[in-house]
Design a protein around this ligand. Structure first.
Ligand code: ADP
Ligand code: MG
Length: 280
């Protein structure tokens, strides 16, 4: 199978869903790892104080290690906190640690507090050797200043949805927030990708929810679906993605398929009119 083409300019995704435990972190690290295997240069920014994405990528992230906290609160350049992952290919991570839990309060005192991450990312892209093809930002399960910072620097939102009872209900709050961001902080942000996760094909409810989501978002939902699979949940305890931990397992294969689709679809066209584009 030939690898999918690389994007012409960096694609920046924020992986969001204000519900916890829906597969944001798992999706972030596995899609990132799969794209790196296809030959892309990929950066994962861990914006969750739990640091689960950092752990899954085999990145050290205790209190003494420079982290995304230093970038957002102290103004440290992003390039100074990025580490190479132990995964195959060009996969990098800006780690987080528990310090980040107190960061939002401290960020309120800074200039351009909603754009701290975007400014840091622009500075990174402008420095030699930082020709990333993809950036994935793993968000905490809340709509606070950290998530706002992710929304201002991304063009694409990737929403993992767990096929459970209240799946669509929680989504409307997220969509309202994105609309608000569109009106002010970032007119380019759009939901480009929805991924159904932890799918249990034996339950009727899972199929019903999946159908519901596909009806509401026919353009955005990927054909690939991630099944609930033990290997996926085991991988982080070995500081690995499932893609490297058990490459031929169903969880790994589904994430590789999802990543392939994301790459083949390419960046969505801007939903702004040319006139609007000109003023931004
Ligand atoms: P979030 O980042 O949205 O809080 P996580 O990615 O951490 O969610 O996933 C929540 C839990 O579910 C974790 O323990 C993870 O290992 C597990 N998990 C995620 N995806 C799957 C899957 N496809 N099959 C089985 N377990 C999964
Ligand atoms: Mg998470």
């Amino acid at each position: 199978q030939t690898p999918p083409p690389l994007p012409q300019r960096p694609r920046v995704f924020t992986v969001s869903n204000q519900k916890g435990g829906v597969g944001k972190t798992t999706t972030t690290v596995n899609i990132a790892a799969a794209l790196a295997r296809f030959g892309a240069k990929v950066l994962v920014i861990d914006l969750d104080p739990q640091g689960n994405a950092s752990t899954a990528l085999g990145i050290e992230h205790h209190g003494d290690i420079p982290s995304i906290y230093d970038v957002l609160v102290e103004g440290k350049p992003l390039v100074d906190v990025i580490q190479k992952s132990t995964e195959e290919g060009e996969l990098y991570c800006a780690p987080s640690n528990l310090d980040l839990a107190g960061a939002e309060l401290q960020m309120y005192g800074r200039d351009r507090r909603e754009y701290l991450l975007r400014d840091a990312l622009e500075q990174l892209f402008a420095s030699p050797g930082n020709d990333y093809n993809y950036v994935f930002i793993d968000c905490p399960p809340s709509l606070g200043l950290l998530t706002i910072n992710a929304f201002t620097c991304a063009r694409e939102v990737l929403i993992p949805i767990q096929c459970e009872y209240y799946a669509l209900e929680g989504l409307s709050q997220l969509l309202n927030t994105i609309e608000m961001i569109n009106q002010g902080l970032n007119p380019y942000l759009q939901v480009s990708t929805i991924l159904l996760t932890m799918f249990d094909s034996r339950t009727r409810l899972a199929h019903e929810v999946a159908e519901d989501v596909r009806t509401h978002f026919p353009q955005q939902v990927l054909n690939a679906v991630i099944p609930r699979a033990v290997r996926v949940s085991e991988a982080p305890s070995y500081s690995q993605t499932v893609v490297s931990y058990d490459t031929m397992s169903v969880g790994s294969i589904s994430y590789i398929e999802a990543a392939h689709e994301i790459a083949l679809r390419g960046a969505p066209p801007s939903h702004r009119s040319p006139a609007q584009e000109a003023t931004h």
